[in-house]
Design a protein around this ligand. Structure first.
Ligand code: ASP
Ligand code: MG
Length: 465
């Protein structure tokens, strides 16, 4: 069985839900054609796009005592969900869905009013309000699928996904969630139904509503897939997949067809964040392939992410860059043959809660990059007590990622050669040899990435190394 997760833009309006239905229908036909039978898919949906932000706004308004503002926002959301419910073909089912929408919003308005009297919204209430987005969208999609001959059947995520009580960032309890999901979904699947549940949402064993954190629907998709033993998890979004480079920097990047989980993790830091790799960890741990697909271009092949990846004819998988970083050079002869120096140095960054990204060392100096420079003056002052410190702003990190780096020890040379006269300030390659990372002046990013992309990502068939 396949789990299909649809993000906010893939359920944004009637047209989006029509596309979703066509995609589910095609998956069902494909399952039968490929001999998997009529089992699933299981559908996991986000709230309609923008709704979670609005609901959190309602909670904030209520907390500030602005009952009128909260009610006004809720009225807009009520109307939008009613409009989208027109996608339900059957008149009786549409009326039932609209009654559900009214009940949910009546309740939300009462909650917002009460909270605005108290002028305080606890994390627990934040979650109860935020969860409404996925509860509503999943009911709508289930009814739409049912009324279009696709056997949609709603599952309440608050009964299916069992979490701890860390509101707004709850962690799933896997044994309990597996048991609940199996009890709720398996009978429906056996019956040829398409179970639909909201992402992002769960509940504690005591039944208190929780959420998994912003963007948590991808995580839900992976949890559901892992707990039900799916053969594939599809993440339907509004882009074609992961790209070989940022389209704002490189003229014509291609979609990366296949990525290992480690490669996806390396790229995520650079903002190639079609999804946060941590969210698909449960799937990867069980070797379930995750596919990123575009619901507006369903025929596009997308990007496949798996724990390992078969070798490809391209030595590199993708390029990424990050501007606005500062290089901090820390030099001290006391470091020579001494131990404990690095600890002392990194403790300074830790004390100032400033993450360090690239690190390179020699016997008497350490260079690091930081992109959050708010505490840099204090950091420099503390480091200056035992070392000479120089800062260089307006730098950029460029990262070339590829499992192919492990096979070809000469690739670093090729990368540097392709860079030509671009001055490289730091260079780092870990023993895992999955990426080469270097730091260059920010102004050189376009020509550096352009040259690397030309060299390593020439049109298919013309790959060079
Ligand atoms: N609706 C939630 C959010 O906007 C979860 C998600 O869409 O992934 O964060
Ligand atoms: Mg998302």
């Amino acid at each position: 069985m396949v789990v299909m997760k649809f993000g906010g833009t893939s359920v944004a309006d009637q047209a989006a839900i029509e596309r979703l239905m066509a995609i589910v229908r095609r998956q069902r036909e494909r399952d039968v054609a490929e001999g998997h039978g009529r089992r699933g898919p299981v559908v996991v949906v986000s709230a309609l796009s923008g709704v979670t932000d609005r609901l959190l706004g309602v909670a904030a308004e209520a907390g500030a005592g602005d009952a009128e503002g909260a009610t006004h926002t809720l009225q807009g959301l009520r109307a939008r969900h009613k409009t989208v419910s027109e996608v339900i073909a059957d008149a009786a089912e549409r009326a039932a869905a609209q009654a559900d929408i009214d009940r949910e919003f009546d309740e939300l308005e009462r909650v917002a009013e009460a909270l605005s009297v108290l002028r305080e919204v606890s994390p627990r209430w934040f979650d109860t309000i935020a969860a409404a987005g996925e509860i509503l969208s999943s009911r709508l999609v289930a009814a739409a699928l049912a009324s279009h001959g696709l056997d949609g059947a709603w599952i309440d995520a608050r009964q299916a996904v069992v979490t701890n009580g860390d509101h707004q960032a709850a962690a799933p309890k896997y044994p309990e969630t597996t048991a609940q999901l199996m009890a709720l979904a398996n009978p429906l699947l056996a019956d040829g139904k398409v179970p639909v549940l909201g992402g992002f949402v769960g509940a504690t064993e005591a039944g208190v509503t929780t959420t998994l954190g912003r963007g948590g629907s991808d995580f839900s998709g992976a949890i559901v897939g892992a707990c039900l033993g799916a053969r594939e998890i599809q993440i339907w979004t509004d882009v074609d997949g992961m790209l070989t480079a940022d389209p704002r920097v490189v003229a014509a990047p291609h979609v990366v067809p296949h990525l290992s989980f480690a490669e996806a993790s390396e790229l995520a830091y650079f903002g190639a964040k079609v999804l946060h790799p941590a969210t698909i960890q449960p799937a990867v741990a069980q070797n379930i392939p995750v596919r990123i697909l575009n619901s507006k271009r369903a025929e596009a092949p997308g990007t496949l992410i798996t724990a390992d990846r078969p070798p490809s004819d391209r030595p590199l998988t993708a390029l990424a860059s990050k501007k606005h970083v500062t290089v901090v050079d820390i030099t001290s002869t006391r470091m020579l043959m001494a131990h404990g120096f690095l600890r002392r140095l990194f403790e300074v960054f830790e004390r100032h809660k400033t993450p360090v990204d690239v690190v390179t060392t020699s016997e008497v100096s350490v260079s690091v990059t930081v992109d959050d420079t708010r505490r840099l003056p204090a950091i420099v002052e503390a480091l200056s007590e035992f070392a000479q410190v120089d800062c260089e702003p307006a730098m950029a990190i460029v990262c070339a990622v590829g499992e192919g780096l492990q096979q070809d020890p000469t690739l670093v040379g090729h990368v540097l050669q392709a860079l030509g006269d671009v001055p490289v300030r730091l260079l780092s390659q870990a023993a895992s040899r999955r990426n080469i990372t270097f730091v260059i002046p920010e102004a050189d990013v376009p020509r550096a990435l352009g040259r690397l992309h030309d060299h390593f990502f020439a049109p298919a068939g013309a790959a060079r190394a």
